[in-house]
Design a binder for this molecule. Structure first.
Ligand SMILES: *Cc1c(COP(=O)(O)O)cnc(C)c1O
Length: 395
């Protein structure tokens, strides 16, 4: 069944948006909801809104809606903060579960912030921890009995390569390691069965495929049977069992809520709540089929019409997430020239032109039209113009 619902998004005229994997578009109704939160709830209700407008329930409500998209049971997903912080919390909790081990295993395809957070955490603990980052293909073999935690991003942000979640989690558990999955490029992109995988932790963000807007809150899943044993590294008052008891001592909530830290970002949560309406009734199997059809069509068109570009994603559609990357030495300038002509993708150093396929608002006609413009940029070497050569802060 088609999952296309373009009418639920505010897409600017003349733009083909192939970057919903990086920042999802504005959902219809988000502006009205934000205005209501600001004017009526905050403006009119003032502090009463925590109760009267349901602000206090919002983090949990949104967490349950995300849970439905990643195969997690209700009550197992907490929201708030940014993904980098959720990575830190998951990793810190996971290390505590294997106090005798000293190795964190990730891979060289992981998003830098995940690796940086691991590095910072290891320095803070200062107990001789080691971070190993082999090539993604070599991870399974690198899971040994020295490894305390395997921390991987399910879909590689650069190549789109997909890890086998079930097999790697099983291998981690066989070796006695704890598993942390980063679902930044999976939630809303590919079917995920996090509960079925048996992983202890999963984290992700909501501004990519979930369309929650810039700075939208992150999420963290903790496997329900381990949650009561974990020690939150960031023991803030809203992760306390009874925040308004104002006790002097920290007593963690008896659920994933213990992974919450401070005051929730109500405006962002409200917008994300609207964004999640677009996922109502979407079958993730249908979404996956549509995403694969779009990606396959894109690859075929690019390879036929843009011979200068080299596929930098796995060719097998089952081994990719919902994005396709092509390598091109002048990739940055070419992407700027493309964006200037209304086709928005992005660039990741050193030479990757990255395109995301989001079947809620992209169809095959968009894909074909986008490649037509890409071919013009390459055939005419339009990327040579001086204005495309200077790099902006965000690429
Ligand atoms: C997008 C992304 C992040 C970004 O983290 P923030 O704290 O939200 O800025 C981190 N890790 C991965 C794997 C990502 O894809």
């Amino acid at each position: 069944m088609s999952v296309l619902r373009k009418e639920m998004f505010e897409l600017p005229e003349g733009v083909i948006y192939l970057d919903g994997n990086s920042l999802g578009p504005l959902p219809k109704g988000a502006v009205q909801r934000a205005a209501r939160v600001i004017e009526t709830e905050w403006g009119g209700e003032l502090i009463r809104a925590w109760n009267s407008a349901g602000w206090m329930e919002l983090p949990r409500r949104v967490g349950d809606r995300i849970a439905g998209l990643i195969g997690a049971p209700a009550g197992s997903v907490a929201t708030g903060d940014t993904l980098s912080i959720k990575v830190y919390q998951a990793l810190a909790a996971a290390l505590k579960m294997r106090p005798e081990r000293r190795v964190i295993l990730s891979d060289s395809g992981n998003f830098p912030s995940d690796l940086y957070m691991a590095d910072g955490l290891m320095r803070t603990i200062d107990k001789g921890y080691e971070l190993r980052s082999p090539a993604p293909e070599d991870v399974a073999e690198a899971i040994t009995e020295e490894v305390a935690v395997v921390m991987l991003t399910h879909v590689d942000y650069r190549s789109g390569r997909l890890h086998d979640m079930a097999a790697i989690t099983a291998r981690a558990h066989e070796m006695g390691a704890v598993m942390v999955w980063d679902l930044a490029h999976s939630a809303g992109a590919v079917p995920v069965d996090i509960a079925g995988s048996g992983a202890e932790f999963a984290v992700g963000c909501s501004y990519k495929y979930l369309n929650g807007g810039p700075g939208a809150p992150a999420f963290i899943y903790v496997r329900p049977d381990v949650v009561e044993g974990i020690q939150p590294a960031l023991s803030g008052w809203l992760g306390h069992e009874a925040p308004f008891a104002m006790e002097l001592g920290y007593r963690p909530a008896m659920s994933t809520e213990r992974m919450r830290v401070g005051t929730p970002p109500i405006l962002q949560l409200a917008v994300l709540d609207v964004a999640l309406d677009a996922w109502e009734g979407v079958d993730m199997g249908d979404l996956r089929a549509a995403s694969q059809a779009l990606s396959e069509r894109f690859i075929a068109e690019v390879e036929a019409r843009c011979p200068a570009l080299e596929l930098a994603s796995p060719r097998d559609k089952h081994a990719r997430g919902s994005q396709v990357s092509f390598g091109f030495a002048q990739g940055y300038a070419a992407m700027q020239a493309l964006i200037d002509r209304g086709v928005i993708g992005d660039f990741r150093a050193p030479n990757i032109m990255r395109f995301g396929f989001t079947p809620l608002f992209i169809d095959e006609a968009d894909v074909v039209a986008a490649v037509g413009i890409l071919a013009e940029v390459l055939d005419g070497e339009l990327w040579r113009a001086a204005k495309y050569q200077t790099r902006s802060r965000v690429t």
